[in-house]
Design a binder for this molecule. Structure first.
Ligand SMILES: [Zn+2]
Length: 100
């Protein structure tokens, strides 16, 4: 049974229009098509999330690189080299743990 959206009359499943008011009836096929569109939209949403995650990971890598670069410049300027030997592997290890 298909219920008419306009007048509420129940129509035969095969009917394309309402037998009372002539309003075009929603078939099951139309409903599934709409679900497909919704599915595609949610897929696009997930794709966007994946892209954002990737971007934030790139951003994080950049922060580490800039921090390391800043530290290298700072310690070189002050002519202290020993913290660099500890800092470089520490940053590399951090980046590795974060799977960058
Ligand atoms: Zn109707």
């Amino acid at each position: 049974m298909i219920t008419c959206n306009k007048c509420g009359r129940k129509n035969n499943n095969a009917a394309k229009t309402c037998s009372k008011c002539g309003h075009k009836l929603q078939s099951g096929r139309n409903r599934s098509e709409r679900n497909t569109v919704r599915q595609e939209r949610s897929d696009m949403f997930h794709l966007k999330l994946e892209r954002d995650k990737l971007f934030s990971k790139h951003g994080e890598a950049w922060v580490y690189s800039l921090f390391l670069l800043g530290a290298v410049i700072f310690f070189t300027y002050n002519q202290i080299y020993w913290p660099l030997y500890a800092l470089t592997p520490a940053i590399a290890l951090l980046a590795w743990f974060r799977k960058i």
